[in-house]
Design a binder for this molecule. Structure first.
Ligand code: FEO
Length: 405
């Protein structure tokens, strides 16, 4: 009964939308949902590229059955083993027991580890080809984008790159899967959020993958999440290139923790200094209210970061400390920094923030502001000056910033 959307000759979209899940990986909110994309190639031999999350396995199987019309499924190609894509493998095997599972050695080891499957597998090597008849598939290993087994499959016949998570984003596909038929505006920030939070640690692996893919003539990118890219291929590839090199836009993110409003008032004042310094993109996050994934997205997007924290139990405010770990883990580069804090009887927050920026090897403003109890005139003016100094730094080019470090 399903009318699957055709992507190219013999190639059909059989993925699903998830509008139920609240948090991806039980961590990242899904305000616009998420799609798990899967693609079916119906040639002399039939091949499915990736599966979907098991929560939608039944509808997924029905879509495949509708398209195959009684034909068997010869191959399941696995570009990525994370269970949002491999989760329906065991269910699929019940319907198509002869199906061969195609993957690299790391993939097949995970197939056994996650699902206990050892038989009916086909191990392929980097650069190897699999012919389905008309369609010739080339396998390109792209390890650590963002798991060790990740690879991409290139259909030389239709010039389609099945890219796994790469170039994917959060957000369901409403009525159609093609970027040519969608208003894609809402996907850009969700692509940055996806990249920053999930792939962000692996910038150098993404750069290697992009270089490896450069010789390919690509007409269509079929990712495992979000739209099928035809019209915006240059934009999504450029976005991945910029993000993986930690290239940022002019703008400053202020993140603060505050229990009673004193540190918050400092944040507002620093923002005023930034605006006086000519910064138009000023994003302020209350660390206790904004979701961490949105904060990380904006840090990947903008060049400047200013963090403010009260001292709490002679440490940083815990939510701010948690954010620092998220930034450190991702090895975020090419940023300019400023910090401020407040305390009631003993100061610790600003010291920790100063150590943090040394670890990150970012360029830092000369001014730091550390206020005892309520904000007073001298430090009010220092907050303005902190904003103005970071504004000057954030207007530098990436090359100038790299030169300063
Ligand atoms: Fe969409 Fe890495 O899983």
């Amino acid at each position: 009964m399903f009318k699957n959307q055709q992507i190219a000759k013999d190639v059909y979209y059989v993925g699903v939308n998830d509008r139920q899940k609240h948090k991806f990986e039980n961590m990242l909110p899904l305000p616009y949902g998420v799609s798990y994309n899967s693609y079916l190639i119906v040639d002399k031999k039939t091949a499915l590229v990736d599966t979907v999350d098991i929560s939608l396995g039944d509808i997924f199987i029905s879509k495949i059955q509708s398209q195959l019309e009684g034909k068997t499924l010869d191959y399941l190609i696995i570009n990525h083993m994370e269970p949002d894509h491999s989760g329906s493998m065991s269910l699929l095997r019940k319907y198509y027991p002869e199906m061969k599972i195609v993957g690299n050695s790391k993939t097949l080891s995970m197939v056994e580890g996650f699902y206990g499957v050892e038989e009916n597998t086909l191990e392929i090597k980097d650069g190897e080809t699999l012919s389905l008849g008309t369609h010739k598939l080339h396998f390109h290993f792209t390890p650590m984008v963002h798991w060790p087994e990740t690879m991409m499959t290139y259909d030389e016949t239709e010039k389609i790159l099945f890219s796994g998570d790469a170039f994917g984003c959060f957000g369901t596909l409403d009525g159609t899967v093609l970027d040519t038929e969608l208003n894609v505006d809402r996907y850009w920030d969700e692509m940055i959020r996806y990249y920053a939070n999930i792939v962000g640690k692996y910038g150098s692996a993404v750069q290697k993958a992009l270089k490896k893919l450069t010789p390919l003539d690509i007409n269509i990118i079929c990712s495992t999440h979000g739209p099928v890219w035809k019209e915006y291929i240059a934009e999504v590839v450029d976005m991945y290139d910029q993000l993986s090199r930690y290239r940022t836009q002019e703008g400053v993110v202020i993140v603060y923790g505050s229990m009673y409003g004193n540190t918050e008032l400092m944040a507002e004042t620093v923002a005023q200094g930034l605006a006086e310094g000519g910064i138009k993109n000023i994003i302020i996050h209350n660390v206790s209210k904004s979701d961490a994934s949105d904060i990380i997205r904006d840090i990947f997007k903008y060049r400047g970061l200013i963090i403010g924290s009260p001292t709490y139990c002679n440490e940083l405010y815990p939510e701010v400390e948690s954010l620092l770990r998220k930034i450190e883990i991702r090895g975020v580069k090419n940023h300019v920094f400023g910090c401020f804090g407040s305390y009631t009887w003993a100061s610790a927050a600003v010291k920790r923030l100063t150590t943090f920026v040394e670890t990150m090897k970012w360029v830092s403003a000369d001014v730091t502001v550390d206020e005892k109890q309520g904000l007073k005139t001298e430090n009010y003016n220092s907050c303005l000056e902190l904003g103005r100094q970071v504004a000057v730094l954030a207007k530098k080019t990436i090359e100038e910033i790299e030169h300063c470090v």
